[in-house]
Design a protein around this ligand. Sequence first.
Ligand SMILES: C[C@@](CO)(OP(=O)(O)O)[C@H](O)COP(=O)(O)OP(=O)(O)OC[C@H]1O[C@@H](n2ccc(N)nc2=O)[C@H](O)[C@@H]1O
Ligand SMILES: Nc1ncnc2c1ncn2[C@@H]1O[C@H](COP(=O)(O)OP(=O)(O)O)[C@@H](O)[C@H]1O
Length: 284
Amino acid sequence: MRLLVKAPAKINLSLDVLHKRSDGYHEVEMVMTTIDLADRIELTNLSDDTIKILSHNRFVPDDGRNLAYQAAHLLKEKLNIKKGVAISIDKVIPVAAGLAGGSSDAAATLKGLNRLWDLGLSMDELAELGAEIGSDVSFCVYGGTALASGRGEKIKHLPAPPNCWVILAKPTIGVSTADVYKNLDLKNIQHPDTSAMVSALEHGNYRDICSNLGNVLESVTLDMHPEVSQIKDQMERFGADAVLMSGSGPTVYGLVQYESRLHRIYNGLRGFCDQVFAVRMLGD
Ligand SMILES: C[C@@](CO)(OP(=O)(O)O)[C@H](O)COP(=O)(O)OP(=O)(O)OC[C@H]1O[C@@H](n2ccc(N)nc2=O)[C@H](O)[C@@H]1O
Ligand SMILES: Nc1ncnc2c1ncn2[C@@H]1O[C@H](COP(=O)(O)OP(=O)(O)O)[C@@H](O)[C@H]1O
C-alpha cells in the first residue's frame, strides 16, 4: 500500500528569543504560519523491516540524518513496529533555508505512517513525538498558524492571516541554524512585539501584521551574509508591503496583497536570485 502526504513550508511572522536555557537551547516566542509551498512525501510499505529514503535532491541526506527517516525510526522504536517503509521525498522547499522543510517532511511522515500503519495516535501525541526530532516538528504536525514557545514545541493555535501573497527569495548560501543561534548577542536584542502580532491575527488586520513583522535572528544572518540584506532591499524597492527573513534564514519573504504588484516583484527578483516563489498563505 502507498500513501501521498503534503509537507508545507512555514514562515516566521515574528521570532523572539527570550534567553538561553541550561540545556543549550534558546527559549523562544515565535508566530509561525504555513504557506502553499510543499514537498510531496510518498510512503510505501516494504516487506522487510527497513527504512529507505529516496530523493533526487543532492542536499537531502538518504540515511539516518534525514528527519523523515528519524520520524519513521522513532515510531518503530516507540511502538515496537516490525514493518518497513520506503519514503520518497519530492523536494520543492529549498534546503537549509529557514522554511522548516526537513521538519515538515518529518511531520508528514509521522502523520502518514499513523494512517498507513493504522496506529491511532492523536495529533497531540504525534506533535509530542515530533518534538523529539526537532524544535519545529511539533508546529509542522499541526500546520496552520500558531504561537510557538519553549524551544518551539509548545503550540497555541491562532487564526489564519488574511488572504495575501507571499514572495520568497532564497540566496544560494545555506545557513546553519545552530550557528545563527550561537552568534546571537543576547544583550543586544531588539525584541519584536509578539502580543501585537497575535492581536493583529486575532483581528484579521493585514496592516498590523505587516507593521509587526520582526525576527531577532535576522541581523545575525545579515551580518554573516550581506547578500541577504541586498535581497531584502530589492524586495522593498520593488514594492512588497512588508519584508522579513524567515527563521534562521537565509530566505527572505515579502507580503503582498495585490496581484498586480506581485508580478513586478517576482520578475524583478528573478534577476538576482535563482530560487524565487510566489505562493499563497495556507494559514489554517
Ligand atoms: C530558527 C527556527 C525558527 O523556526 O527555524 P529554522 O530557521 O531552522 O527553520 C527554529 O527555532 C529552529 O528549529 P529546528 O531547525 O527544528 O531546530 P533544532 O533541530 O531543534 O535545533 C538545531 C539547533 O538550533 C539551536 N536551537 C534551536 C532551537 C531553539 N529554540 N534554540 C536553539 O538554540 C540549537 O543549537 C540546536 O542544536
Ligand atoms: N528531509 C529533509 N529535507 C531537507 N533537509 C534535511 C532533511 N532531513 C535532514 N535534513 C538536513 O537538515 C538541514 C536543515 O534543513 P531544513 O529543514 O531544510 O532547513 P531549516 O532548518 O533551515 O528550515 C539540512 O542541512 C539537511 O542536511
